[in-house]
Design a protein around this ligand. Structure first.
Ligand SMILES: Nc1ncnc2c1ncn2[C@@H]1O[C@H](COP(=O)(O)OP(=O)(O)OP(=O)(O)O)[C@@H](O)[C@H]1O
Length: 241
């Protein structure tokens, strides 16, 4: 492939014509998207529209998909369930598979960043759901990713923990500047966190909505309501008014 010279304008992730079928059912039918450096994009769509399938393809976890996917940089994945190994302590889970000098110090720094500096020697079973998901974030951070791919990362958490985790995500993103693509069902979450919302429907990216609101955002921020309405319209949810 020819070298690209656009520097920072080159997307970190490019997908073109991605297809995936399970038996006779085509789930992804020619998906094309890009993710720019430092950008946060939300991938939204109805249940069963193929969001998780697409994320797995972008993460390189689905050898049976076809099409072109290029990832420029280091990526890390966070899933809805924390996927910690129960027989390893928290710090060992974070450091799993990480090589190079200073792994212990990097692990400690990552745990500190997610507010769990004192839990490195705990077992996963001793953590709350929110803490376990923080460890999952630390495990991603310690890899110093350019790109974070997240599959409903807050979906299993109660409302208050979810809010705290959304804020933590915003702080981590500001500090590290990684690009992120996150799957969500939640229109408000997409509008609170994303620079751009991608709508997956009928196997393709059916719509894109830039979210040009200042941070920090709240549901009562100016401009939030009309964007919420627009996104719900795109999702086919009728107005109740
Ligand atoms: N390994 C698999 N084998 C067979 N079918 C699958 C497999 N993985 C996903 N599917 C099917 O592909 C479709 C898309 O699934 P996927 O989990 O990607 O959707 P989703 O948009 O993430 O859904 P949800 O929002 O409900 O989590 C579904 O119909 C699902 O049943």
């Amino acid at each position: 492939m020819a070298a690209r010279t656009e520097g920072d304008l080159t997307p970190l992730v490019t997908a073109a014509g991605v297809r995936r079928a399970f038996g006779p059912a085509t789930v992804l039918d020619g998906v094309s998207l890009d993710l720019r450096r430092g950008e946060v994009a939300a991938l939204i769509g109805g249940s069963g529209s193929g969001k998780s399938t697409l994320l797995r393809v972008l993460a390189g976890l689905d050898p049976d998909a076809t099409g072109d996917v290029t990832v420029r940089g280091r990526s890390a994945v966070v899933f809805q369930e924390h996927r910690l190994l129960p027989w390893k302590r928290v710090a060992a889970n974070v450091a799993l598979g990480v090589r190079g000098p200073g792994v212990a110090a990097r692990t400690a720094a990552a745990l500190d960043e997610v507010g769990l500096a004192d839990r490195g020697t705990a077992w996963p079973a001793e953590l709350s759901g929110g803490q376990a998901q923080r460890v999952a974030f630390a495990r991603a951070l310690v890899r110093e990713p350019d790109i974070l791919l997240l599959d409903e990362p807050f979906g299993a958490l109660d409302a208050l923990t979810r809010l705290r985790m959304q804020r933590l995500f915003g702080r981590l993103r500001d500090r590290h500047g990684f690009a992120a693509l996150f799957v969500t069902h939640d229109v408000e979450e997409a509008l609170l966190l994303a620079d751009r919302v991608l709508l997956l429907d009928a196997g393709t990216i059916a719509a894109e909505l830039p979210i040009e609101l200042d941070h920090p955002r709240a549901p009562d921020s100016p401009g939030f309501g009309p964007l919420r309405r627009k996104l719900l319209d795109l999702l086919g949810v009728p107005s109740t008014t």
